[in-house]
Design a protein around this ligand. Structure first.
Ligand code: PEP
Ligand code: MN
Length: 341
């Protein structure tokens, strides 16, 4: 249930409504929107409680939300959620580009790739230190040593860092280095990770699971929001399909669908979405055209030598060309992609 307060409601009236909700053993989550306050009511709603709420001073409307997610819904939070990370503003008017290697490998690789993506206009640096790999025999990341190399690359370039956290036990460690915590596709429904990320103050990028519906993605986001972390960015990274020509099927329809269902920003990852270097470029262009709030692109200074996902990693010069192209596409829909600084 969502309680929409009238414009200019006195704070005492808002407080009384909150107290009444809590007196019934329900949870009240308040969103002080630009125009008016909205209260999300969580828990089993007693009969007649809607009528009771409607009679309270300052209440303008009570909406029963039939969607299973509440805090992630547009009804609860009509304005777009905007998340600031360094100089990047995610969910604002302009798409934000995050780029870097799949895995952190060594200092020279990390720093040279960071400099290259910055020179092309990326504003957030990616790199995995804890890697979820399908085979236990593949390179599974450098762990904390990798986080330290991300820190070095950040010091060299000024770019904020996005990096993956795979376990609730690692969350404090990863948060010491990360400006954005990435929860990967394989962990989209790892509830201990989601709940722990929800208790953190660091923004979270939540990737869509490879067989997750959009409702399941939004419910996973709800876990994080329900713990109090409002800074959630969603990421479409491709879903499993019957066709084997690409690694995944990048579902670009998810972008406008999520935009109407939710206030949370949504970005696209055409690298994992296609798994093929040459296919990353057209799908990155298409994602910007579809209104994505950003892109996550794997770029490696020397892809044939990459320890993971080299076949889908762009060469730095390809990434530079792509950035020039998406600037034109963004302009066509009234948006702007950051120029190199
Ligand atoms: C990654 O970003 O390198 C990654 C493992 O992504 P995903 O969780 O989408 O597979
Ligand atoms: Mn990867």
């Amino acid at each position: 249930m969502i309680v929409v307060m009238a414009r200019g409601t006195a704070s005492e009236d808002l407080e009384k409504v909150r107290e009444r909700i809590e007196s019934r053993g329900l949870r009240a989550q308040i969103n002080l929107g630009e125009e008016r306050a909205v209260i999300g009511v969580m828990g089993p709603i007693p009969p007649d409680f809607k009528d009771e709420m409607e009679l309270m001073q300052g209440v303008s409307e009570v909406v029963m939300v039939s969607k299973p997610y509440k805090l992630a819904s547009r009804e609860f939070h009509p304005d777009n959620t905007i998340i600031k990370v360094g100089d990047a503003v995610i969910g604002g008017p302009d798409p934000v580009i995050m780029a870097g290697p799949c895995s952190v490998e060594d200092e020279e690789q990390m720093v040279s790739t960071a400099k290259a993506v910055k020179a092309a206009g990326a504003t957030i640096l990616r790199g995995g230190a804890f890697k979820p790999r399908t085979s236990p025999y593949s390179f599974r990341g450098m762990g904390e040593d990798g986080l330290k190399l991300l820190q070095t690359a950040k010091q060299e370039t000024g770019l904020p860092i996005i990096t993956e956290v795979m376990s609730p036990y690692d969350l404090d460690l990863v948060s010491r280095y990360a400006d954005v915590l990435q929860v990967g596709a394989r962990n989209m429904q790892n509830y201990p990770v989601l709940r722990r990320a929800g208790r953190s103050n660091t923004p979270v990028l939540l990737k869509r699971g490879m067989s997750a519906t959009i409702n399941e993605l939004l419910l996973a986001a709800e876990y994080i929001l329900a713990e109090g972390n409002e800074q959630v960015i969603l990421c479409e990274r491709g879903v499993r399909s019957f066709d084997t020509h690409t690694r995944n099927l990048l579902d670009l329809t998810a972008i406008p669908v999520v935009k109407s269902l939710s206030h949370l920003p949504i970005i696209a990852d055409p690298s994992h979405g296609t798994g093929i270097r040459e296919k990353v470029i057209p799908m990155a262009r298409a994602a910007v055209a579809a209104g994505a709030d950003g892109l996550m692109i794997e770029v490696h200074a020397n892809p044939p030598e990459a320890r993971s996902d080299g076949v889908q990693s762009l060469y730095p010069d390809q990434f530079g060309e792509l950035m020039d192209q998406i600037r034109v596409i963004a302009n066509a829909i009234g948006r702007e992609v950051q120029q190199p600084v």
